[in-house]
Design a protein around this ligand. Structure first.
Ligand code: UD1
Length: 312
């Protein structure tokens, strides 16, 4: 049994990771300010401790880290909205970068001994670079405060980790989808918005012509990737794409979702969003080298997603 901290553990990815860790018999501590997460996402288990706090509460975080000396730390808390970071660059910087640096500082100064610290970064760091598929060595072009903070914090994880001997590793998530993803903002993951429209029979706004492609990765594969990165000691001071390596256009993914659900999506077209990336797909050779293999293709993933929504 390991003692695990998940920041952002009431969110989509964090709470699904928590479910898996609980099943594996671990003891999980979750900190989440519920700004994007939902208390209903939390696993109902004696082995979960939840704190409704922000990771920016430095004294609280230091105390939590020192008291528990966690085996594994997953840093998933973020203000995960590019648009919000453009509106509020200072506030989002406090969460997306400074709070994470403070966590590293506490671990270093207090000589804590986690086996791994996994930081979640984003494909947003690649920006609009022309190289496809994106390799971890592809050029970086963070185009928003969100992406700048993600990239800078990756560098802190990697180089600070090396300097002070802390076992850190980073993920670059592509388009993660699945149950529990919050559809409430216009900048929520597109498949959570499509789901919501299918369930409520609402009109979906399609930005652009639908030809834009993405690498949609199902949440269970993402949890697999997180566990591999945490438990592989050689995966250290490094950055890994987390995706499927397959791309699909928005029109085609909508079609696949209609087939999986047996529902028809009402669509209204609007002009493409400013700054929208046309094509995005990952090269996942590096993560495959650690034994990762995405198991859920997009048709299966959408069917599972739809089933989970029906159960709710
Ligand atoms: C995603 C990330 C973003 C990151 C980027 C970089 C999410 C929510 N966003 O953005 O943080 O910077 O990857 O890889 O995961 N769309 C519609 N209608 C809608 C919503 C979206 O047509 O109601 C379109 C968008 O214009 C876009 C596509 O769907 O072309 C996907 O959008 P979205 O899910 O927001 O993801 P990314 O733009 O890839």
């Amino acid at each position: 049994m390991s003692k695990v901290l998940i920041t952002g553990g009431a969110g989509f990815i964090g709470s699904t990771l928590a479910d898996r860790l609980i099943k594996n018999g671990d003891q999980v501590v979750i900190i989440d300010d519920l700004s994007m997460g939902d208390i209903e996402n939390l696993p109902q288990s004696m082995n979960v401790t939840f704190y409704n706090e922000s990771i920016t509460k430095q004294a609280f975080m230091a105390d939590l880290l020192i008291t528990n000396n966690f085996d594994y730390i997953y840093l998933l808390a973020a203000i995960a909205s590019v648009a919000d970071s453009i509106e509020r660059p200072i506030e989002t910087h406090e969460v997306n970068q400074n709070a994470n640096l403070n966590i590293l500082e506490t671990i270093r100064k207090e000589k804590l001994t986690p086996k791994k610290i996994v930081f979640s970064s984003s494909a947003a760091v690649y920006g609009n670079g022309p190289e496809l598929p994106k390799k971890e060595t592809s050029s970086i072009d963070p185009m928003s405060p969100y992406a700048i903070d993600k990239f800078a914090t990756e560098r802190f994880m990697v180089d600070y980790g090396k300097l002070y001997g802390l076992p850190t590793v980073c993920t670059r998530f592509f388009n993660v989808y699945g149950p529990k993803q919050n559809p409430k903002s216009p900048y929520s993951g597109v498949l959570s918005i499509v789901s919501d429209c299918l369930v409520k029979n609402d009109v979906f706004t399609l930005f652009g012509d639908g030809s834009q492609t993405r690498d949609y990765v199902y949440i269970d594969d993402v949890v697999d990737a997180l566990l591999i990165l945490a438990t592989t000691s050689d995966a250290k001071w490094d950055v890994y794409n987390v995706a499927t390596g397959q791309s699909i256009s928005l029109i085609d993914v909508i079609g696949a979702y209609e087939s999986a659900s047996g529902e028809k999506l009402k669509v209204e077209k609007k002009e493409a969003r400013l700054g929208d990336v046309q094509d995005s797909v990952a090269d996942i050779t590096k993560l495959r080298g650690l034994g990762y293999e995405p198991k859920v293709d997009v048709n299966t993933g959408l069917a599972k997603y739809w089933d989970a929504l029906q159960e709710k």
